[in-house]
Design a protein around this ligand. Structure first.
Ligand code: ADP
Ligand code: GLC
Length: 488
């Protein structure tokens, strides 16, 4: 079997969030040899600014593209690299579209031509799928940016003589981002105007790329079993719950895994000391070094809480500000480190908190992967009070790095953290249910109580550090799904 993954982000070449980590780790796990699966895997993604320069293994090919987009013809070219025997990465060069400072936006403003940019990527993916000497049997699309691929593939089969296009799988990483554009955008797709209707991509009089993926793909997945259930409800369904209910039999939730080559505390080049479940001593060095790096007092006796995220409503960032402030006002002994960027008001709220409590709070506004590793390694507790969380990766990284996760019981957070109330012997963290500062505060008070019980704390931390969320396990579920869509 040959699987082509189409994605707008790919770690380590481009990343704004977990999509980049997920696709890159899934591709490697599918290609093996670690899994023994050894599928043939290709990935297609944009060649963003600076990527070729930073990764000399990526080479330009002579394969040029000329894709009609509306009234014009847009030219581009494939670049390629082959990280391992079964894995080939294809980068779509189109400087006008992708040689920019951001992936989707700049200064929090979306690029006005995002529809054209990702239609171009989708059409390039289909050209690749059609003309590769060993064409893919499955085309696995991720999020709205590649949502039009299944309908474009169907059109090519019916109208353009492509007798055997690949089967299509569409994965929802976040239903809140749908790629919704004015109906006139349809003209850019090259699809007949009567193909735009309520059973394809039309949604509230607009073209909705995500809906196109959900209506047209053979199978739909999302990134945790709980989120797969949640999105069938109005609270989480973002207006698409009715459609998802209709496709219930084709929808499944597969929890993301962790790339334990990148997230290995015993060999992580970003850390000042190595540690592991069997030999945890180095974690204290990581904590002290992190405290100094962040300008916090170097105190082993004070618990260090952390959060690394996009600063937005989804992630519960405002609950964090409110709760940490309340606990520090009440004189609780704790430290809090934040790394994140996003909404300006939230960035400022964290900066203000750090100014008000300089010995307890450090706020780093920005995007810094190496620091994110040092924070996971140095923190005692990791806070994730998300309003919704399709999967979430940081709680998984935290488990392995010994930062006990405190999570709201939603989506993948619910599926990956074991609360002592559910199973004391196998507990790995703390869960709370209501989306409120009061509930988060209670959960943090539980953590402070746990801090006073070293044996219990060590037990929970050890459970987390030895829990297995490897992709070898999770990728088997994707392989089973690919097999089943191919048999249909
Ligand atoms: P989402 O994709 O919704 O943002 P995930 O938990 O799935 O959430 O993944 C987020 C990824 O992005 C993690 O790898 C996390 O460490 C990383 N990340 C988020 N914000 C930052 C930041 N400011 N600096 C470095 N890495 C970050
Ligand atoms: C999305 C989700 C996040 C998930 C990630 C990777 O960005 O918000 O929960 O972990 O995709 O699947």
């Amino acid at each position: 079997m040959h699987v082509l993954l189409a994605t707008s982000e790919l770690n380590p070449y481009s990343k704004t969030g977990g999509l980049a980590d997920m696709v890159s780790a899934l591709a490697r796990a599918l290609a093996g040899p670690a899994t023994g699966a050894g599928l043939k895997v290709s990935v297609v993604t944009p060649l963003y600014r600076g990527v070729a320069e930073a990764h000399p293994g990526i080479e330009p090919t002579s394969w040029r593209l000329a894709i009609p987009l509306g009234d014009g013809l847009v030219e581009g070219r494939f670049h390629c690299c082959k990280p391992s025997a079964n894995l080939t990465l294809w980068f779509v060069e189109q400087p006008g579209f992708f040689d920019r400072a951001g992936l989707y936006n700049e200064s929090n403003r979306d690029y006005a031509d995002n529809a054209a940019r990702f239609i171009f990527l989708s059409r390039a993916a289909l050209i690749l799928a059609r003309h590769l000497p060993d064409p893919p049997t499955v085309l696995h699309c991720h999020d709205w940016q590649t949502g039009l691929i299944p309908i474009l593939a169907r059109h090519a089969r019916l109208q353009a003589g492509w007798t055997q296009p690949p089967r299509t799988v569409f994965t929802i990483h976040n239903l809140a981002f749908q790629g919704s554009f004015p109906a006139s955008t349809w003209g850019l797709t090259g699809l007949p105007s009567d193909w735009l209707h309520l059973e394809s991509a039309l949604h509230f009089e607009r073209v909705n790329f995500l809906k196109a993926g959900l209506t047209q793909a053979q199978a739909i997945t999302t990134v945790s079993p709980t989120y797969a259930q949640e999105i069938l409800t109005p609270e989480y369904g973002c207006g698409l719950e009715g459609l998802l209910l209709k496709r219930y039999n084709d929808l499944s939730g597969i929890l993301n895994g962790v790339d334990y080559e990148e997230w290995n505390s015993a060999s992580d080049p970003a850390l000042p000391a190595a540690f592991s479940a069997g030999d945890p001593a180095g974690k204290a060095v990581c904590k002290a070094t992190l405290q100094r790096e962040l300008g916090l007092p170097d105190r082993s006796d004070v618990p260090l809480f952390a959060n690394i995220s996009r600063l937005t409503d989804q992630k519960g960032s405002s609950l964090l500000v409110e709760t940490v402030r309340a606990l520090l006002d009440a004189g609780e002994s704790l430290q809090f480190a934040l790394l994140g960027s996003g909404e300006k008001a939230l960035e400022n709220a964290f900066r203000d908190l750090a100014k008000r409590f300089p010995d307890q709070v450090a706020a780093r506004i920005g995007f810094d992967p190496a620091l994110s590793h040092r924070i996971e390694a140095g923190a005692d507790f990791y806070l994730m009070p998300s309003r919704f969380e399709p999967c979430g990766l940081n709680q998984l990284y935290s488990l392995r790095y010994g930062a006990i996760p405190i999570v709201r019981a939603t989506g993948g957070l619910k599926d990956s953290v074991v609360d002592p109330r559910d199973n004391a012997a196998q507990a790995t963290g703390i869960q709370f249910a209501p989306y409120s500062a009061t509930a988060l505060q209670k959960a943090m008070m539980k953590a402070l109580a746990l801090w006073q019980e070293p044996a219990w704390l060590r037990h929970i931390r050890h459970n987390g550090m030895t829990a297995d969320f490897s992709w070898e396990k999770q990728s088997a579920e994707y392989i089973a799904l690919y097999d089943s869509v191919c048999r249909e």
